[in-house]
Design a binder for this molecule. Structure first.
Ligand code: PLP
Length: 283
């Protein structure tokens, strides 16, 4: 693989970052993952817009303009010609002597990118459907900022897998917030699509926005509101959305099988129309 580090395209073995990088010392960094489909990026302008918002919310100086970031992304796709997978991009506040106070403007923020090849359309997990277990949401209170501080989410996923599930849905104050790296949805027995409303409590998923718009066009009734673990277990269908997994069915919640234990018809339909949307929004 060819990776990108601060102005250079290098073989991955040669890429280096300072041990003083604030991403390493303070998790002082933000990231985005644009899915690669048919050799191009899905809905990438929306990811760059959210990257800009994350940096703004943390008072982080962008490493360069968004246009320049896009040029580097395109060069990465040229140098790593994969059909399906993801392009990971990370900006940290850069390398400075260790201090809780942000370094001044003269410290250059750091930009890195790498690709990961993996099937996205023909996903084994999407065919089988995911098993979910509930875990306490112990993350910070600004989950709308996409930072690299992912340890609590990582702990939740490991705990879920320890219980025989594939992933966790995190619970706070008796309500489901989201998955460890995805937004969470249920379809009630009377066909209402329910997902938590946007706030600082969840990441504002790029896929979430697209899927809710597509679901509306399909004539589905949508409620953006809290739901409890108990309500989730009574659902007709459930699914998650993320850039890398699109729409993926949930077939078992906390040991309770949903429907016949395979991804439900509405979930399958939403996955199909999202993939069509993705193919129309490549760059
Ligand atoms: N929620 C969390 C905590 C995430 O980490 C992610 C993606 O990484 C999502 C939701 C889904 O967001 P997107 O659809 O933009 O990938």
């Amino acid at each position: 693989r060819v990776v990108y580090v601060n102005g250079e395209f290098l073989p991955e073995e040669e890429a280096k970052i300072s041990i003083f990088d604030r991403g390493f010392l303070f998790a002082d960094g933000v990231y985005e993952v644009s899915t690669i489909l048919d050799g191009k990026m899905v809905d990438n302008p929306a990811h760059l817009e959210r990257l800009g918002r994350s940096m703004y919310e943390l008072g982080m100086t962008p490493p360069c303009s968004m246009e320049e970031i896009e040029v580097i992304q395109q060069e990465m796709l040229k140098r790593n010609p994969i059909q399906e997978g993801g392009l990971y991009l990370q900006v940290t506040r850069g390398a400075a002597d260790r201090d809780f106070v942000y370094p001044d403007e003269s410290t250059r923020s750091s930009l890195i990118m790498f690709t990961q090849e993996k099937p996205v359309v023909e996903s084994a997990l999407a065919k089988r459907g995911m098993r979910i277990s509930f875990q306490p949401d112990i993350r910070w209170q600004r989950r709308d900022i996409k930072t690299v501080g992912l340890l609590p989410a990582s702990m939740a996923k490991v705990a879920a897998q320890g219980e025989g599930a594939d992933d966790a849905w995190m619970v706070e104050d008796g309500k489901v917030t989201e998955g460890t790296s995805n937004n969470a949805y249920i379809i009630t027995q009377d066909d209402v699509l329910v997902t938590k409303a946007r706030s600082n409590k969840i990441l504002h998923g790029i896929t979430r926005k697209a899927v809710l718009a597509l679901a509306k066009e399909e004539g589905l009734t949508i409620e953006e509101r809290d739901f409890t673990p108990e309500e989730a277990k009574l659902a007709k269908e459930a699914f998650v959305t993320s850039a890398s997994t699109f729409v993926t069915g949930v077939v078992n919640i906390d040991g309770q099988q949903l429907g016949n234990g395979t991804p439900g018809p509405m979930t399958i339909r939403l996955r199909e129309i999202y993939i069509d949307f993705a193919r129309q929004n490549l760059s």
